[in-house]
Unconditional design. Structure first.
Length: 335
């Protein structure tokens, strides 16, 4: 749905975005991660047509955002970090204004506004002035204007910034709801939020792409080893017998817990994913497997590792489309 090709943004001698390349596919929630100054907001502003690029292209459903801005923007709904609200308007007045700007016909306008109000749960405040709303409700109004016209792609820049825990949970629920019919791209500093709601993660640092993959794959590729924790209704010796011929296992530690239950810690060889084979081995033996989970490198570990270095790790080089060791300009950053 979106192709970012060799994207560069310079402010004089300052390099904000450094030859970014990535693709956004339909039907996913994308997390766009990076530290302050990484180039996230600059990239999002270029993707939505708010800024021009120094070099490169952004293609939205076949339309170049720089050469065909009107056609490209029809496919995008955008919520900036600071929602573009008019505080002296009521919620309904503001959405009618936004609908008119988006070219939604008069016959469909009232119906679409009501549908969006129901979707983001602001129907009960539609007659109130925006300036009298809480931060959470203002964020919902901003989200409503992004959804108006029902574009295929919704881009959200720090959608939960400044919200209290209850409001953050509500915004997450809204994002999940939106993903049923839209592709969603969101930037956030809250890694737990990204881990919980996003299917795919793009990490940039100093203006350059460092990695892109699912949260699970990012954690697995960076970790030297993962540990698969199991709990089975059998003896320690039987666990070792069942797992004897499972490939990809480096070590096994077991501990009897009583009531014929044994806990085991299985250390994987680097780059291996043994979960399915472990499950099948226990199923073939007819032994109840009560727990099967992976403990290892977290998304926080991945983020810290990638954003504190100047080169792309070999584990991510293929995924990010770069050569191992290729790095970002040390002065790159976001304005």
């Amino acid at each position: 749905m979106i192709e970012v090709r060799n994207l560069v943004k310079k402010y004089g001698d300052h390099l904000a975005v450094d030859h970014l390349d990535f693709k956004i596919e339909a039907g996913r929630i994308y997390g766009f991660l990076g530290p302050n100054g990484a180039g996230k907001s600059t990239t999002m502003n270029i993707m939505t047509g708010y800024l021009g690029a120094t070099e490169g292209e952004v293609i939205i459903n076949g339309h170049d955002i720089l050469k065909e801005p009107e056609e490209a923007k029809r496919h995008i709904g955008y919520l900036p970090e600071q929602p573009p609200l008019y505080m002296d308007m009521t919620v309904r007045e503001y959405l009618e204004f936004a609908a008119e700007l988006k070219g939604i016909g008069k016959k469909r306008r009232a119906e679409e506004i009501s549908e969006v109000e129901d979707l983001v749960k602001i129907k009960d405040v539609e007659k109130r002035l925006i300036k009298n709303l809480s931060k959470g409700y203002r964020q919902r109004v901003g989200l409503a204007q992004a959804v108006l016209g029902f574009p295929e792609i919704i881009i959200l820049d720090e959608p939960s910034v400044g919200l209290d825990p209850k409001q953050i949970i509500e915004i997450r629920e809204l994002i999940r709801k939106l993903s049923e019919n839209h592709t969603v791209i969101l930037s956030s500093h809250i890694l737990a939020e990204v881990r919980e709601v996003c299917d795919y993660i793009i990490i940039i640092s100093k203006g350059k792409l460092m990695a892109s993959d699912t949260p699970e794959n990012l954690e697995r590729m960076l970790g030297q080893h993962n540990v698969v924790e199991i709990e089975a209704k059998t003896s320690p010796s039987e666990i070792r017998r069942i797992l004897k011929n499972v490939p990809g296992i480096e070590t096994i530690e077991t501990q009897a817990e009583g009531d014929e239950v044994t806990k085991g810690s299985i250390r994987e060889k680097h780059g291996q994913d043994i979960r399915e084979n472990v499950f099948r081995a226990f199923a073939s033996a007819g032994t109840p497997l009560l727990t099967l989970k992976v403990s290892g490198t977290s998304l926080e570990d991945v983020f810290m590792e990638l954003t504190q270095r100047d080169t792309v790790p070999a584990a991510f080089a293929k995924k990010s489309g770069q050569k191992a060791g290729e790095g970002a300009d040390k002065d790159a950053g976001d304005l």
